[in-house]
Ligand binder design. Structure first.
Ligand SMILES: [Zn+2]
Length: 372
């Protein structure tokens, strides 16, 4: 999902050099049908869970089974329909909810972590996430930043008054209504999940969120990629007030790290399974390179623009006038992530505005070309 709440999509990257292995999933995707529950390998099940009123339509939860336990990865969006989907998937694998021993979320967005609480209450299962993801829980963000912090950040970005008013309801407070569960277990890179008889390793892939993880099923050489790598769309990489320092630098590093898993089949949290992890990661890196160049070109052509000015001039998957509400915020966060990345590289400079005034962007001389 984008930012703190939605779907992973925002940038316009489509396709990529992948080999689709989830053939039935892709057929269902193209036919706009719900994909089937599938046994991917012995003890590995793919379970689509409904995302109501969202173009991505479903989250792919995964069941990892051993003789003594069952772990659910990314239970999905909290809804009665989604809960029924999850129970149906467990049933197909011969399980009831009370047999689940553990829940792992790749990150805490609603379409992954939403049902964790209900599943944990039904089963007594522990909930695990990366230690760096805890700060990304909406309740923690709300405490750390607050609405005043968000408003002053938006002002510095140059967001106009009507957008400030639109953002007035603190997103974190709204998301807090979903009562996302706190973790019982904190994971670190290289940890093995508590699933006796199976070797499932944690691969920390910060970027989409600070504590995003992939899981490597060593026995079957499968990489559960969460939203880090999806076959068709590019996950939103956004700089949000009060969260991680440099999400785009982190994401690019995590993409480079994913190249080492090229021999694995990718089991993503949306769309369909695929092979070609290295090619997909490289395509995403190129996509962000091109985006960085576009940002620099816009700043060079404009007169000391604000981050908001740049956001409105970038190419999006639809025209700016058709992007509203939450999508505008996601676009601003994504642009801010590129700006921060380029500032860090010394390609541009942010001239701080006086209190109540926005920051202004200027190119550092000699650095307009070659954003890499
Ligand atoms: Zn997602």
């Amino acid at each position: 999902m984008t930012g703190s709440s939605g779907a992973p999509a925002r940038s316009a990257l489509r396709g990529g050099p992948v080999t689709v292995t989830g053939v039935a999933q892709r057929q269902a995707w193209q036919a706009r049908e719900f994909p089937p529950v599938e046994q991917v390998r012995s003890g590995v099940w793919s379970v689509p869970v409904t995302m109501p009123q969202n173009p991505l339509r479903y989250t792919l939860a995964y069941l990892l089974l051993s003789g003594t336990g069952a772990v659910v990865v990314d239970p999905g969006w909290e809804s009665n329909r989604g809960w029924e989907d999850l129970l149906a998937g467990l049933g197909a694998a011969g399980l009831s909810a009370d047999r689940v021993t553990g829940i792992v979320v790749t990150h805490v967005h609603l379409d992954h972590h939403g049902l964790s609480r209900r599943l944990s209450e039904a089963s007594g299962a522990w909930i695990a996430m990366h230690a760096a993801e805890v700060q990304n829980l909406p309740s923690r963000i709300s405490n750390a930043v607050g609405s005043d912090g968000t408003r002053s950040w938006l002002t510095r970005c140059g967001a106009p008054a009507e957008v400030l008013a639109e953002f007035n309801d603190d997103l974190a407070d709204i998301l807090g209504l979903f009562r996302l569960a706190d973790p019982d277990v904190l994971l670190a890179d290289g940890d093995t999940l508590d699933l006796p008889g199976r070797e499932i390793r944690v691969v920390w892939t910060p970027g989409h969120t600070p504590g995003h993880i992939c899981l490597h099923d060593v026995d079957h050489n499968l990489l559960l990629t969460g939203d880090h790598l999806l076959p068709r769309i590019s996950p939103n990489i956004g700089l949000t007030p009060g969260t991680q320092d440099s999400p785009l630098s982190s994401y690019l590093d995590s993409l480079r790290a994913a190249v080492g898993f090229d021999s694995a089949e990718a089991l993503p949290a949306h769309e369909y399974r695929f092979r070609g992890i290295a090619g997909r990661a490289e395509a995403l890196i190129k996509h962000h390179d091109a985006r960085a160049r576009e940002v620099l070109d816009i700043i060079a052509a404009a007169k000391r623009p604000t981050i908001w000015d740049v956001t409105t001039r970038l190419t999006w998957s639809r025209g700016w006038d058709q992007i509203n509400g939450f999508m505008r915020r996601a676009a601003l966060f994504e642009t801010a992530a590129h700006i921060e990345y380029l500032e860090r590289l010394g390609r541009l400079a942010l001239r701080r505005g006086s209190p109540g005034e926005p920051d202004r962007l200027v190119i550092v001389p000699g650095n307009q070309q070659d954003a890499r």
